[in-house]
Ligand binder design. Structure first.
Ligand SMILES: [Zn+2]
Length: 245
């Protein structure tokens, strides 16, 4: 059986469940991942209950729309999350659940199946423009010899081109084919821009998956910062390598 066939078989069940419906929790092979969607209860507590694993460690960065990414090489590295802000985390360690908080921004899940690494980035337009994707790829290569062609990337639900109005100044930072122009308004599809960028860096396009859902369009499932303004809460995206895998 060739490598691509094996990989496809690995991804397909994952794609159908994880990407299209974005359930609360999905276990796949050695990976546990998903999103705590719109909920009245504390998303962190909900996550811990769902994981149901003995003493799981959560890595929840203080996000600042930067390109700063923290590799977690040992449990002590988790302490750095208390001291500095980061917009991405990645690890090969078991039982550490990487989290990012989102409400319109993109939770970008990274999986290297063969090299057993997971990552999670928080990407808004500022992070994208400052080069968070390249920053992650550079670090993953340097530390783990993981290359773009090793990766599966999943973009979780985010505010899409139907609803994400941007200023002329922001629009000017993006290629024209990422923008919609309609009645003096400009809207951006940041997921499309990420897809293009990832392809350019060498990630295979058949390994990049985009959630079809727009957070602004679906108040029944998602919080949206643009829709709810200051009242908006955040959802919690997560991914980790399960203990015992
Ligand atoms: Zn929308």
């Amino acid at each position: 059986m060739n490598e691509s066939k094996t990989l496809l078989q690995k991804i397909l069940p994952y794609q159908n469940s994880f990407i299209l419906t974005f359930p609360f929790l999905e276990r796949y092979d050695f990976i546990t991942c998903g999103m705590i969607l719109k909920t009245k209860s504390d998303p962190t507590k909900t996550l811990l209950r769902l994981i149901g694993q003995k003493d799981p460690k959560l890595a929840i960065p203080e996000q600042r729309h930067t390109k700063k990414i923290l590799p977690i090489l040992n449990e002590d590295d988790l302490n750095l999350l208390e001291k500095e802000s980061f917009d991405g985390v990645f690890t090969k360690l078991k039982n550490i659940f990487l989290c990012v908080q989102v409400a319109d921004c993109i939770p970008l899940f990274v999986i290297a199946f063969e090299k057993r690494m997971v990552g999670l980035l928080h990407v808004g337009w500022r992070g994208f423009v400052s080069g968070i994707v390249k920053e992650f790829l550079t670090k993953a290569e340097k530390l783990f010899k993981i290359y773009p062609e090793d990766l599966i990337i999943v973009l979780g639900p985010y505010i899409k081109g139907c609803c994400y109005e941007v200023s002329c100044g922001v629009a000017a930072l993006f290629d024209r084919d990422m923008l919609n122009f309609n009645k003096n308004k400009i809207r951006l599809d940041l997921g499309k821009a990420l897809f293009k960028e990832l392809k350019k860096t060498g990630v295979k396009k058949q390994r990049i998956f985009l959630s079809p859902d727009c957070t602004f369009c679906h108040p029944e499932h998602y919080f949206s910062f643009r829709r709810e303004k200051d009242r908006s809460k955040r959802m919690l995206a997560f991914i980790g390598i399960s203990e015992g895998s």
